[in-house]
Each structure stands twice: as structure tokens, then as C-alpha cells.
Design a protein around this ligand. Sequence first.
Ligand SMILES: Cc1ncc(COP(=O)(O)O)c(C=O)c1O
Length: 459
Amino acid sequence: MMKESKASAELNRIQIRVTPPGPEAKKIVKRDHDVLAKSTKSLPIVARRARGGVFVEDVDGNVYLDMASGISVTNLGHVHPPRVTARVEEQLRKLWHFAGTDFYYEEQVLAAEELVSVTPGSFRKKVFFTNSGTESNEAAIKIAKAATGKQQFIGFIGGFHGRTQGSLSFTASKPIQKKGFFPPSMPGVEHVPFPDPYRNPFGIDGYEEPEELVNRTIDYIDRFVLKTYLPPENVAGFLVEPIQGEGGYVVPPKGFLRSLKKLADENGILLMVDEVQTGFGRTGKFFASEHFGIEPEVLTVAKAIASGIPMGAAIVHERLDFPESGLHSNTFGGNVLASVACIETIRVMKEEKVLDNVNRVGGPYLKKRLQELSERYECIGDVRGGIGLMLAIDFVRDRKTKEPARELRDRVEYKAFENGLILLSTGQSAIRIIPPLIITEEQADMGVEALERAIKASI
Ligand SMILES: Cc1ncc(COP(=O)(O)O)c(C=O)c1O
């Protein structure tokens, strides 16, 4: 599956014909700025079409290697041929939409059945379908409140859970996310430190002393929060990412999530795990929770679950299902097209052994290539991740102080774009490397070479 034919290899490579953004791209960027509200735009790349699973052509004919995957959405590659695309095309001629929250159709049931079959947890589960990550977390928050009768929560500094009012109350990875929106419309969310091995408020080198970092973090939550001012009887749940995504691709020490689950269980608090970015094969297993040995009773997903047709879900232990109908609903959740894309995405992942490729090209290969870069360039302070194809490099002014080099990071991201490589920044000074999960070693090399050219041109 991963081998390309000679002809397609010739077509599918980085080709920069005109320094981007080219003239056609510039025109569309201007029109976009005239009519679209501001969001979080980064690079001025204007896509025209996919070229092979991991390449994208822009409106000026430049071809880029995509190591952003539409923010970890196109995990099977763009326009997955022939299965996901063919199944959606077939469905387009049959039925598009029928309001799956109010009526019935088999595709939604099948999508939920497939989804629970790959979700960790040896218990029966229920699925609530949404259209995005933030909506999945909104659903999870309401489910936790309804099931426990409690109204307060604990989130983590550096966490990202979305930008609607409930999930925004948890989001804490950049000041701009809440600027002018304070106080959050959903009160009752307290934030505690996440055990970031590289930069944490405890001053511990978490790579050298992972257990100490976990103990200090758990002790802080237990003694200084739950036993000091926030009674566990008030707390419905912890909401946590197994690996912080927008916060900088921060991988906690291996034992953290298990210790957090233990603390949650001891205090009658739910552990709610947000796998919107880490899920669907990104880490080499269907879900990152599996790496950390936990079976969350509340797990949220979105992004890659339908290969780019908007879809999300909150997947919960069946005992947590809403006590009565009408407490939550939406119009598009479990939409027919999204459902068939989700079913086919899961089947492709299982049958085409996509995870094997992630585990071969991710940690063992790509991470090593990035570590080699960090040996050559002092400005790379940390190479993170490598559990699968979820990697990041962090730029620093000084390796000793670890002071973030944000401007340099931004320059590298832009120069990479000019060199035909699409990257996305994350956290204060990191760049994430998240190619489609079908990337080959040769294509990964192509990306690392373009990245190195960008670093050289930026320092
Ligand atoms: C971990 C996590 N949760 C939630 C979200 C929000 O998802 P969406 O942008 O689909 O609302 C994101 C988006 O990046 C995310 O990374």
C-alpha cells in the first residue's frame, strides 16, 4: 500500500515553480481577508487539489509535502482513494442528511458500532455524535454534569479543548484564546499544572526524573487543590489530553495518566480524556490512552474520524448516558455522509495496516532524523513525541535556559513553506510534524531535508 509507482512518484514530489505565495494565491488571500472573519490563519498557502495522499498543489501549480494534515485530520492521506472517497460518492447519490438525533438510519448505528469497537475500555459504551472537537467536549461536559450531579471540573495548564464557551473554559494554551472573553461563560473550571518534562513549574527535568514529576503533579492536585479548597464532592471530572496538542506536543511521563485515573477513582471524579488530536492512529495505536494503560469512561474525538468530513463524538461508559431524552441534541451529528466516511476510515485503518506504517516511520525513523537535526542546530532545544507520527521540535534561544525562540520558529515555518513543506506551529516555540499516517520513509526524508533548508535560511 505504501509503495508508490514510478509515475506517481514523479508527479508526487515537492515542486516549487513560483515563490509562494504566487500571484493567484495572493489574489485569493486578499479576497479571503475582505470577506472572511479573522480566525487563526498561519501560512498563505491556497490549495487547489490533493496530489497523492501526502502532497497538495496550490493555485499557482506549486506542489507541497503536507506535514500538517489539515491539523491532524487527513490521517489516511488526502482524498483517500478508492475506499473512503468511493463510499462517500456512492452515498451522495442515496441520502445526504436525515437528522440522526431525531430519526434513524443504519449508517449512524454502524458508525457508532465501529467506533466503540476500536475505543479502549472493556465495558459497554454509548456514542453521542457531534460535528467538531469543541462540540464533542461540550457534550462530554454536559454528560458528566448530568451523570454526577456535580458542576465543577479540573483542567490542565497548556490544555486545549476548543473555543466554544464551555470548552473554552478549559482551554489554556495561549493568552489570546481568552483575551477579552474573561470570565469564561462556564464557571467552575480550575487549572492545575500538566507534567511537562521539558518546562514545568516544579523545576524538575522530567526526562531524567519522570516519576518525581508525576508524584509532584499528583501531589499538587491532591493536597493543594482537592484537600485545600476544592472538595471532590463538587468535582464532576478531570478533562485532560493524553499528549497536549496545541500546548506544544507535550508528552507526559508514562505513569501520569494511570496515577491521575487512580486519584480520580479515589475521589469519585470522572477522568475525561480528549483524544481529538491524539486519536485515530496518530500515535501508532487507535488511541493514545492505550499507550498509557487507561480505559477512559469519557473519551472525546473529532478531526480524523471521518477523514475530513466534519464529525466528532463523545464516547462514554453506558452508565453515563443521559438519564432522559432531550437533555442534549443537535442537527448534523451523525450525518449520513460523515457516518459512511467514519465507517470506511476505521475499516481502512484496520484492513490496510496503517498503524504498522505509523510505528515504522514515526518514532524509529522520523524522530531519529529530527534528533540528527537537533545535533546540528543548537536552536533546537527539544525533539518531542515520536509515539507514532506525533512529533515536534522546540526552538530555544539558549539550551540551558530553554527560553522559547518564537520569532525563529515562525521564520522556520515560513521558510519551510517557501521550500515546499507545510508545517504548523504549536505551543510557544514548537513546530509540530504530523504528516498523513501513510507517509513513506522517502517522503519523510524529503520533509526533513526541506526543514533543514528552512532552518539554515532562518538562523
Ligand atoms: C485536543 C483538542 N481538543 C479539541 C479541539 C477542538 O476541535 P475543533 O477545532 O474541531 O473544535 C482541538 C483542536 O485542535 C484539539 O486539538
